[in-house]
Ligand binder design. Structure first.
Ligand SMILES: *Cc1c(COP(=O)(O)O)cnc(C)c1O
Length: 416
C-alpha cells in the first residue's frame, strides 16, 4: 500500500505544483512575469549552464527559472501534467497548434529533405507543407490510407529518395472523414529508411483523439502533436499547441522554441491547467453523446451516410486499426445530407443550439461545411479522393444533453 499509481485524471489538480512555494495557495497562481530574480550570481550561472546545454542536470536539480521565454511555472507544470496522459518524457507547449507543427518541421527538415505525409491533413498543415516548405527546398509527398506500406517504400526507392526522407507525418483519424492510418506501418516505413547517418522521425497529429483516446507514442511515434485549442483547451477560449515525446527529440524542439520564441504565455498555461482538470469528464461525456447522435443520424431518412468510428464494420482493415489504436470512437463525426450544398447550408442555417463554427473538441457542439470552410483550399481532385463533397457536414459533439443536440439536428433536418 506504499506506492499507488494514480490515474492521470487524479493528478490533474495537483501534479508538479508545490503550494509551499506560493504562500500555500491550493492552485498554481498565474506567474505573470517576464523574468526571475536569482538568489546569487552563482545560481544564475548554474541555471544558464543547464538551460543552454553546457552541462547535464544533477540528479535532484530542478531546472532553474530564468526568463519566461525559456520557462515559466505555469508552462512547466502544465507540460509535466500533459506528459502523464501520453506517457511522454517531455512536453513543450506552444502558442498555437500551427506553431507546434511548423517548429517540429523546421527542426527536423533541411533543404533537400523529403517529408512523407498522410492525406488529408489539417488545412494549415497542408498549406505549410505545400506552400511554405518548398520555399526552403523541402518537398512533401502525400500518401492515403489505401496505399500499402511496402508499395510506398518501393515508390520512394524508385524515386531515389532513400537518403532524403527525414520525416513521416501522420494525422489519424483524418479530418473530416475519420479515415484511420496504421501507425505501425508508418513506423515500418520510417525504420526502413533509417540509417546510421540519419533518423526518420515519425510525428503524429493526435488532435482529433485528444490525449485520452489514442497514445501514438505506444505505437511507434517519436513525437505527438496537439492543437491544444481543441480538446485540451476545450472551451473555445484560447489558442495553443503542444509537442510531446522522447527527450532525445524534445530537447531539439524545445531549443528551437526558445529561439523562435513561440512558447505560450503564463495566462494561456494557467487556462490550460484549469482545462486539464476536467479533460477526462468532458471527453467521456462528449464520446457518450456522440454514440447517441451517430445513431440518430444513421436512422434519419434525409441522411445518406454517417462517418463515425463507432460504426466501422468488424472484419475490415479500418476496424482492425480502430481496435489496435483507439480507446474510443471519439466525438467527431460527419455525415452526407441527401442533396448538395443547398441542403447542407439549409441544415447549418437552421441550427438553434449547435453553433455554426469551425474548430472542434469544445464543450459546445459545433457544425461546419468542410468543402467551403475548413477544406476549401484542398484541390478538387483531392476532395473527390478523400470524400469531401458538397453534402458533407462535420459535427464536433459537445457536452450538452444529447436529447437537445438530437432535437436541434432533427428540427434542422426537417427544414432541408
Ligand atoms: C486546429 C488544428 C490544428 C491547428 O491548430 P491551431 O491551434 O489552430 O493552430 C492542427 N491540426 C489539427 C488536426 C487541428 O484540428
Amino acid at each position: 500500500m506504499e506506492n499507488r499509481y494514480f490515474h492521470p485524471e487524479s493528478l490533474m489538480m495537483s501534479f508538479g505544483y508545490k503550494p509551499e512555494l506560493s504562500e500555500g495557495a491550493i492552485k498554481c497562481p498565474i506567474f505573470q512575469t517576464s523574468t526571475f530574480v536569482f538568489k546569487s550570481a552563482e545560481e544564475g550561472k548554474a541555471f544558464f549552464e543547464v538551460a543552454y546545454g553546457q552541462r547535464e542536470k544533477a540528479p535532484n536539480e530542478d531546472l532553474g527559472l530564468i526568463y519566461s521565454r525559456l520557462n515559466n511555472p505555469d508552462l512547466q507544470i502544465l507540460e509535466e501534467r500533459l506528459c502523464l496522459w501520453d506517457g511522454a518524457d517531455e512536453c513543450a507547449v506552444f502558442e498555437s497548434g500551427m506553431s507546434a507543427i511548423s517548429t517540429v518541421m523546421l527542426e527536423f527538415l533541411r533543404p533537400g529533405d523529403v517529408l512523407l505525409y498522410s492525406k488529408p491533413v489539417y488545412g494549415g498543415t497542408d498549406h505549410f507543407i505545400n506552400k511554405v516548405l518548398p520555399e526552403y527546398g523541402i518537398k512533401g509527398i502525400g500518401f492515403t490510407n489505401t496505399e500499402d506500406p511496402d508499395q510506398i517504400i518501393e515508390n520512394l526507392k524508385s524515386l531515389g529518395l532513400d537518403k532524403q526522407l527525414k520525416m513521416v507525418y501522420v494525422e489519424t483519424p483524418a479530418n473530416p472523414t475519420n479515415a484511420l492510418f496504421d501507425l505501425e506501418s508508418c513506423k515500418k516505413i520510417a525504420d526502413y529508411f533509417t540509417s546510421d547517418e540519419k533518423d526518420v522521425v515519425v510525428c503524429v497529429d493526435n488532435t482529433y483523439m485528444g490525449p485520452l483516446w489514442q497514445h501514438p507514442l505506444k505505437h511507434g511515434a517519436d513525437l505527438v502533436i496537439y492543437s491544444a485549442t481543441k480538446y485540451i483547451g476545450g472551451h473555445s477560449d484560447l489558442i495553443a499547441g503542444a509537442v510531446l515525446g522522447h527527450s532525445k527529440y524534445m530537447k531539439r524542439v524545445r531549443t528551437l522554441r526558445t529561439f523562435l520564441g513561440n512558447m505560450a504565455g503564463p495566462w494561456t498555461g494557467w487556462l490550460l491547467m484549469r482545462s486539464l482538470e476536467t479533460l477526462k469528464v468532458r471527453m467521456t461525456q462528449q464520446a457518450e453523446n456522440a454514440v447517441k447522435v451517430a445513431k440518430f443520424l444513421q436512422n434519419h431518412p434525409k441522411v445518406e451516410k454517417v462517418y463515425y468510428l463507432g460504426h466501422l464494420e468488424p472484419g475490415t482493415a479500418q476496424h482492425a486499426i480502430f481496435k489496435k489504436q483507439l480507446f474510443s470512437a471519439g466525438a467527431m463525426l460527419s455525415f452526407d445530407v441527401k442533396g448538395g450544398e443547398k441542403e447542407a447550408f439549409t441544415f447549418l442555417n437552421s441550427l438553434k443550439l449547435i453553433k455554426l463554427a469551425v474548430s472542434l473538441g469544445s464543450t459546445e457542439s459545433l457544425a461546419e461545411h468542410p468543402a467551403t470552410m475548413t477544406h476549401s483550399d484542398v484541390s478538387a481532385e483531392d476532395k473527390a479522393m478523400i470524400g469531401i463533397t458538397e453534402k458533407l457536414i462535420r459535427i464536433s459533439v459537445g457536452v450538452e444533453h444529447y436529447d437537445d443536440i438530437i432535437w436541434d439536428m432533427e428540427q434542422a433536418l426537417e427544414k432541408v
